[in-house]
Design a protein around this ligand. Structure first.
Ligand SMILES: Cc1cc2nc3c(=O)[nH]c(=O)nc-3n(C[C@H](O)[C@H](O)[C@H](O)COP(=O)(O)O)c2cc1C
Length: 403
């Protein structure tokens, strides 16, 4: 049997039936009350039918003033549980897990959602004109964030999710706290790495209290921000050690922020060895293995069946996270898992203009995800330049719909 088909049991006792994971991808499809819709159900039913052992939702937010997208689901209160149950029922097709990625976007909240977001410090995000200058969080704001994550984890469990993932990567709030570039605080939440990681660790504790010892808690963390003065690999390895002590069940490694979207392409300056090896965070994973025995998931770049099995066999990672293939190749993911499709062709989306490439990549897949969810399937030949504008127009529209 191929290693990708073998089960894995997490420290909390939960078993995932195989090693393929649909990584978090923001859906941007909530209704005007911030709830999941029929489109969420359709999409997750398709993904559950692939047979992947674990599906992780896109960003689901703890605060409607700090959403990664105006189309995110906001875990407001218990009233939402019936809608969450419809979503999770559709997503639990074949004994697979469905976890939700809980998040707060901090300064990476676009202007349409909130022109005056809060963040660890007043360091503005330089990406076009889309992000307002943030206001520094007070102690009270920080305590509310801890409560918000804990409450969302409780609602998630009651809503039928079988695990949670705390989003501490890609430049969102918890990643902002970890990075000295965006966290300039001099109180107990900033300065030393111990202080910068305090919020993440308190959130894990708060969530654990709500969900109990037998419920999976995962953390997605950056290997680094790939920016001068940011969160480094050395920082990340120290945080990884602390996460092991905090008793998490799965660590997912990714990297980058909106300013440097390494999660899409890896680090531009990557070594020859990691160019040959399709998954771009594997070199860092080796270092993680040296300091932590928490089950590990690597996401970014995996495309070939043999390579996935090779790295699983070698123990370089325990789970294979994939994002874009679950959109671009969604009809064959089940065949891939069963070894009938050897390679998931996923050419990069290019406009020819460096400034637009990340937006085109994100916009293309965002549009296709919505096409699949709404029953239209993949639309061939979506224009890369038009795709680069999609997120801005979609955000404007979704923000206006919201109550
Ligand atoms: C359309 C889209 C939306 C994404 N949304 C999220 C998200 O909500 N949370 C997250 O942690 N990562 C998100 N990602 C990043 C993916 O989880 C993943 O790290 C990235 O796509 C690299 O993996 P891949 O090479 O298999 O696509 C998103 C990626 C895409 C393409």
């Amino acid at each position: 049997m191929s290693k990708i088909l073998s089960p894995i049991t997490l420290p909390c006792g939960a078993t995932i039936q195989n090693r393929l994971v649909k990584a978090a991808m923001t859906e941007r499809m909530s209704n005007s009350d911030y709830e999941p819709t029929q489109a969420h159900q359709n999409l997750y039913k398709i993904w559950a039918d692939s047979g992947a052992g674990l599906l992780i939702t896109g960003n689901v937010m703890i605060d409607k003033r700090h959403m990664e997208s105006a189309g995110n689901v906001f875990m407001a209160d218990e009233k939402m549980i019936p809608k969450l149950k419809q979503w999770t029922d559709a997503a639990k097709g074949h004994g697979n897990h469905i976890w939700t990625q809980i998040s707060h976007s901090g300064r990476q909240t676009n202007r349409f959602v909130n022109p005056n977001p809060k963040a660890p410090s007043e360091v503005q995000l330089n990406k076009l004109w889309l992000f307002g200058k943030p206001q520094e969080m007070t102690e009270q704001d920080i305590l509310e964030v801890i409560e918000g994550f804990a409450k969302a984890s409780k609602i998630a469990k009651e809503g039928g999710f079988t695990g949670i993932q705390i989003h501490s990567a890609h430049g969102y709030l918890l990643s902002q706290f970890l990075s000295p570039g965006t966290n300039r605080r001099s109180d107990q939440w900033g300065g030393s790495l111990e202080n910068r990681s305090r919020l993440l660790l308190e959130i894990i504790q708060g969530c654990r209290k709500e969900v109990g010892d037998d419920f999976p808690i995962s953390v997605k963390i950056n290997s680094s921000d790939f920016q001068r003065g940011g969160f480094t690999e050395e920082d990340s390895l120290e945080v990884v050690k602390k996460l092991g002590e905090a008793g998490i069940d799965l660590l997912e490694i990714s990297g980058g922020t909106y300013e440097k979207a390494a999660f899409f392409m890896g680090n531009d300056k990557k070594k020859e060895s990691s160019i040959r090896r399709e998954a771009y965070f594997l070199d860092f994973a080796k270092k993680v293995r040296e300091v932590s025995d928490v089950p590990l998931m690597i996401t970014g770049g995996f495309r070939s069946y043999d390579f996935c099995n090779e790295v699983l066999e070698a123990g370089e990672t325990d789970l294979i996270g994939m994002g874009r293939p679950f959109i671009g190749n969604y009809e064959v993911m089940g065949d891939f898992l069963n070894g009938k499709v050897p390679y998931l062709e996923n050419p990069p989306i290019r406009t020819g203009f460096k400034a637009f490439e990340d937006a085109a990549e994100g916009g293309y897949y965002a549009r296709q995800l919505i096409n699949i969810a709404e029953g239209r399937g993949l639309k061939p030949n979506l224009n890369p330049m038009a795709s680069s504008m999609f997120i801005v127009t979609h955000e404007f529209k979704k923000a206006r719909e919201k109550k």
